[in-house]
Design a protein around this ligand. Structure first.
Ligand code: C2E
Ligand code: MG
Ligand code: MG
Ligand code: MG
Length: 286
């Protein structure tokens, strides 16, 4: 009887497993369709300077699923990565970002768009070539875009990654190290790769200004970055006390719900996150 129970148990588990595998397969298929039928949308979150003016808008991917509603990236990016669909998705994101950056520029807004790369994007033979081809096809100057790369992309810190990053930077795309401080070898990455700036992870910002530990870490990071000539963005700024501390310590760029949530491009204008351009306010004189 014990043996039978064991067998039933095994059957139960394998049914559970195959149900999970089946859900996963369906999710993958739905994501394939999402790509083909353009169900993805980009929301944009402002990075502001010390005067509170937006300078960079970070593109953050959402899936507008007919069945599931608006799905956040944490729920589907891992699946895109496992299935290899991430490579095509990144190209889509980058192309949309090019078009949006051009449109804002044509409307007179001085904004760049930051695009997040996945570690898996570096597995393709020619990531740099594919992104530079899109810039050319969309007739978009590289200076309107920048790239955010998480430390996990650099774990495979080999020649290939090094060459890819150098080529992108040489083409005029600024490179930012995302979630700085949460990886295994943040300082090694700064030493080895040609970054233009870092984004301090919101984990460190969250403790400001009350935690002595966070204060020391953030001050240390800002001092180091200044010595290295690196730009700094503080992520996850949620209140004025954090913002005041960061401004007082000369953090050049701030991002977080305190300033703006990620919004669709039109909403950024409607909500006033992107101010109306002076050119559009001037009276027309013939
Ligand atoms: P990330 O690049 O570090 O983006 C910051 C995340 O923090 C975003 O979540 C943003 O909405 C959220 N956030 C911003 N300000 C605050 C704040 O003040 N408080 C808190 N608690 N959170 C804040 P989101 O949009 O869910 O994106 C999560 C992650 O998904 C991103 O982290 C990025 O790693 C990834 N991701 C998003 N879009 C893309 C994409 O197009 N491609 C790739 N490869 N990854 C993406
Ligand atoms: Mg990012
Ligand atoms: Mg980040
Ligand atoms: Mg983060």
């Amino acid at each position: 009887a014990a043996k039978d129970a064991g067998r039933n148990c095994t059957r139960f588990f394998s049914q559970e497993l195959s149900a999970a595998a089946e859900r996963r397969r369906q999710l993958e298929q739905a994501l394939r369709r999402a790509l083909d039928e353009e169900q993805f949308v980009l929301h944009y979150q402002a990075q502001v300077n010390a005067a509170g003016e937006p300078e960079v808008m970070e593109a953050l991917l959402r899936w507008n699923s007919p069945e599931r509603g608006l799905v956040p990236p944490g729920e589907f990016i891992p699946v895109l990565e496992d299935s290899g669909l991430i490579i095509e998705t990144t190209r889509w994101v980058f192309r949309q970002a090019c078009r949006q950056a051009r449109q804002w520029r044509e409307q007179g807004h001085q904004l760049r768009i930051a695009v997040n790369l996945s570690p898996l994007d570096f597995r393709q033979a020619d990531l740099a070539g594919s992104l530079l081809a899109i810039l050319a096809e969309e007739d978009t100057p590289a200076e309107l875009l920048e790239l955010e790369i998480t430390e996990s992309a650099l774990l495979e810190a080999d020649e290939h990654v090094q060459q890819t990053l150098t080529r992108l930077k040489t083409a005029g795309l600024p490179l930012l190290l995302d979630d700085f401080g949460t990886g295994y070898a943040s300082l090694t990455y700064l030493q080895r790769f040609p970054f233009d700036g870092i984004k301090i992870d919101r984990e460190f910002v969250a403790g400001l200004p009350d935690s002595e530990h966070s204060v020391a870490l953030v001050r240390g990071i800002l001092t180091m970055a200044a010595h290295l000539g690196l730009h700094v963005v503080a992520e996850g700024v949620e209140n004025e006390r954090q913002a005041a501390f960061l401004r007082l310590n000369n953090c050049p760029s701030l991002q977080g719900y305190h300033y703006a949530r990620p919004l669709a491009a039109e909403e950024c204008l409607l909500a006033g996150v992107i101010p109306p351009t002076p050119a559009l306010l001037l009276p027309l004189d013939g």
